[in-house]
Write a protein that binds this ligand. Structure first.
Ligand SMILES: C[S@@+](CC[C@H](N)C(=O)[O-])C[C@H]1O[C@@H](n2cnc3c(N)ncnc32)[C@H](O)[C@@H]1O
Length: 345
């Protein structure tokens, strides 16, 4: 007889294990005989086989614009392409993108091991010129009320080897050993230990070529650990320059207000944002929060955000999340693949 407190099992009830101590027989029951639960696949981006040398999602029509914007022009909502930034930009129609949020390879810090890469020029001047040539094209591609957010870090002359995370660094992750091995050559006109001032050199060159330099945002990295030297403070910031194409340009101050003691206040120029938490193949990504502020301040939904040095595609990820279109290029096909996994799939 079934005891009162125990309901009789019916076929519609979920089967439960009987609340009894295992008998010797049940102890010998082999769990292997049951089908093993399937592990959920959570592939890292590089594990998926998606090749997107020229990845595109559906087309969309630009239907609004300020003076000089070609209306009724068809653009790709997301366009990722493998190739040299300057070369790829020549294929983008003029005055179509609203903002460019980008972080080019810094001078002599990371060897990405790809022919044609920017960043490994022997002198800062060559690097500045090459970068400025790319941004001439960005200038053409931006709408008249468009902006450029340019993230740049600096380099010490004759410093030790490449970044600990450089793909070509034999001592990846061990800065001190890398430093003992090959030092960066000191270019003529500089001394060993000089901080080059690369971000400002680029900023001045872009200004000379017609950009309006509107703001130098200091990106303060509270969790910075690199660049340790006993005879100077640890550098824990990078620059983020805001350039505009015209004197009047789109800037949505309300969208990027910051918290104040009472309510909110206008966004300040020092942004304290921890480093990127992205753990893919690319090791020089910028944080999504940094990109989010730039895109919110400089675009409306359905406008185009550009990144000619997209790397793992952080700008594209944030742009798509905020309902913006995205166009991105990178010279390394592996990164284009990685970016398309993050952005499109
Ligand atoms: C600092 S990383 C960009 C990282 C990106 N912001 C992210 O969050 O993933 C710079 C990128 O520029 C790319 N690069 C270097 N030279 C280039 C060139 N000539 N044309 C296009 N991309 C280039 C490198 O392959 C690298 O992925």
């Amino acid at each position: 007889m079934t005891p009162k407190y125990k309901k009789a099992r019916t076929s519609t009830m979920p089967s439960r294990r009987p609340n009894v101590r295992p008998t010797p027989k049940s102890r010998t029951h082999k769990p292997e005989s049951r089908p093993k639960p399937r592990r959920r696949a959570t592939p890292r981006p590089e594990a998926r086989h998606v090749r997107h040398d020229d990845a595109v999602t559906r087309n969309a029509k630009i239907t609004s614009g300020n003076a000089g914007t070609p209306k009724n022009q068809w653009v790709q909502t997301t366009w990722l392409r493998h190739g040299d930034a300057k070369e790829c930009l020549t294929r983008v129609p003029a005055k179509t993108a609203q903002t460019c949020v980008t972080s080019p390879a810094f001078w002599q810090l990371r060897d990405y091991g790809v022919p044609g890469q920017i960043g490994m020029e022997p002198t800062p001047e060559e690097y500045v010129n090459k970068l400025a040539d790319v941004f001439d094209e960005v200038h053409r591609v931006l709408r008249d009320d468009g902006t450029l957010w340019l993230n740049l870090g600096d380099t010490y002359c004759g410093g030790g080897g490449f970044s600990p995370d450089s793909p070509t660094n034999r001592y990846r992750g061990r800065q001190s050993k890398a430093s003992k091995k090959g030092r960066r050559p000191v270019p003529p006109g500089y001394q060993r230990k000089d901080l080059v001032g690369i971000p400002w050199m680029v900023a001045f060159e872009l200004r000379r070529r017609g950009w309006i330099l509107r703001c130098d945002v200091v990106w303060d990295k509270p969790d910075a650990w690199g660049n340790w030297a006993p005879d100077r403070p640890t550098r824990s910031h990078e620059y983020l320059f805001l350039f505009s194409k015209s004197k009047k340009y789109y800037y949505h101050a309300e969208a990027v207000k910051e918290a104040a003691v009472r309510g909110t206040k206008h966004r300040r120029s020092v942004w304290s944002i921890p480093k990127s938490r992205y753990r893919g193949n690319h090791t020089a990504t910028f944080p999504e929060e940094l990109v989010r502020r730039c895109i919110l301040a400089s675009t409306k939904p359905n406008q185009i955000v550009l990144d000619p040095f997209m790397g793992s595609g952080t700008t594209g990820v944030v742009a798509r999340r905020l309902g913006r279109f995205f166009t991105g290029f990178d010279i390394n096909p592996a990164y284009v693949n990685e970016a398309s996994c993050r952005i499109i799939t």
